[in-house]
Design a protein around this ligand. Structure first.
Ligand SMILES: Nc1ncnc2c1ncn2[C@@H]1O[C@H](COP(=O)(O)OP(=O)(O)O)[C@@H](O)[C@H]1O
Ligand SMILES: [Mg+2]
Length: 383
């Protein structure tokens, strides 16, 4: 029997590969016109942006004239809320509009997590950049400001005081944030000892698998093309605490089936949640899982989205694995591949980003840090 899937995607290749392996799917697609070529074999409707929910709604209604959808698959962070809206409007099983907001809208997310007594920093939502100081007085300086729907630390700023805000504002630092035309999230700065991510597979409302990694440097301080992390010892007390937190987050989101990417700060008072997403972490995290555990997170994502059974098992791991993105030059890829300990150095074409993606392994965390430093040096060395 044919399964009817509505896919919301850009040019993300992983989900396309996983869907292409299933011959019984009829896939209809909402995407941007720039990606039309990728979907020539499918019925397609175009939107200028997934953030424009009126366009998304119209596109979904048009495609639905060809018959109902069994599943809506949102492969990009930007399409999570759009997919939730479509499910709620068209009565398709899976995450509802509310649930998608808990996993994508930074204020709705923190509010939901806090209502379950989960540790999050103080926050407030304001309508415009000009309202930031008032909210910052309430949550307490220093603050981080960011768009409520954001990703990759874009238009995200640290502001230390009212005077700092005024100086930054005068210098035009918030022009990009204001241009987005979205409400602004104001959060008290979390003073932390390190930033982690816990990635997981949730099936039937239970965490089937999860693993904690640590960012070598916080994403705020590192541009995406140098994003990197390593899988920490899962039995260490801090990791266990984060795994327990991840279980509680999955429950708070009422997540039945999905793949998660939870970001956590380690503080002197214990772990504090940064944010959570209900899709595989980007920039190579899925591939790290493959190398570490023999589990394909995008395949798990598609199984969860299509309500197919799955019981993923992690292969035991005795090495420390890491990953890093590097500038997308061929000389960088070649020199990375030649370093001892590097398992794989993927060219930009294989990563769906402009970057080279490197996976590496070492006997222990100290050795993995040394290898990471050598890889970082490649980004700086002249071509
Ligand atoms: N309240 C905060 N305190 C300290 N650092 C923060 C805070 N909020 C964000 N950051 C930093 O900014 C990065 C990006 O913010 P995040 O909320 O994860 O948004 P996104 O990843 O969607 O851009 C985080 O990974 C973290 O390094
Ligand atoms: Mg983040």
């Amino acid at each position: 029997m044919t399964r009817h899937v509505l896919l919301l995607n850009s040019d993300k290749p992983e989900v396309l590969r996983a869907l292409a392996a299933r011959p019984d799917l009829r896939i209809r697609v909402i995407t941007r016109e720039a990606y039309a070529g990728l979907y020539a074999d499918h019925e397609t409707a175009f939107v200028d942006s997934f953030e424009d929910l009126t366009q998304v709604e119209r596109a979904a209604h048009r495609l639905a004239r060809g018959g109902p959808f069994d599943h809506v698959v949102a492969a990009t962070e930007k399409s999570v809320v759009a997919a939730g809206l479509i499910r709620s409007l068209l009565d398709v099983p899976g995450q509802t509009f509310d649930q998608s907001l808990w996993a994508a809208h930074k204020r709705a997310m923190k509010q939901r997590l806090r209502s379950f007594d989960l540790p999050v920093t103080d926050f407030a939502q304001v309508a415009t950049v000009d309202d930031v100081p008032r909210a910052a007085e309430a949550v307490g300086w220093p603050v981080m400001v960011k768009p409520v729907f954001g990703a990759a630390s874009r238009s995200t700023h640290r502001v230390d005081s009212a005077a700092d805000f005024a100086a930054l504002h005068r210098a035009g630092a918030f022009a990009g944030l204001a241009r987005r035309g979205q409400p602004v999230q104001v959060e008290r700065l979390v003073r932390h000892r390190g930033e982690y991510h816990c990635d997981g597979v949730v099936r039937g409302g239970r965490v089937a698998l999860a693993a904690v990694s640590r960012y070598f440097t916080p994403p705020f301080r590192t541009p995406s093309e140098l994003n990197s992390s390593w899988l920490v010892d899962q039995d260490a007390p801090a990791a266990r605490e984060m795994l327990a937190l991840h279980e509680r987050v999955a429950r708070a989101l009422e997540l039945r089936d999905g793949v998660t990417h939870l970001e956590i700060f380690a503080t002197d008072e214990g772990p504090v949640i940064g944010e959570v997403a209900v899709r595989p972490g980007g920039l190579g995290i899925s591939r790290t899982w493959w190398h570490a555990f023999g589990v394909d997170l995008w395949e798990e994502f598609v199984r969860a989205a299509l309500d197919e059974p799955s019981d993923p098992r992690a292969r035991p791991q005795d090495r420390t694995l890491g990953r890093i993105h590097l500038p997308g030059r061929e000389d960088v890829r070649e020199r990375a591949a030649a370093l001892p300990g590097v398992i794989e150095a993927l060219p930009p074409a294989a990563t769906g980003t402009p970057n080279v993606e490197v996976h590496f392994a070492a006997p222990d965390p100290a050795a993995v840090e040394r290898l990471h430093a050598r890889l970082c040096a490649l980004a700086e060395a002249p071509a």
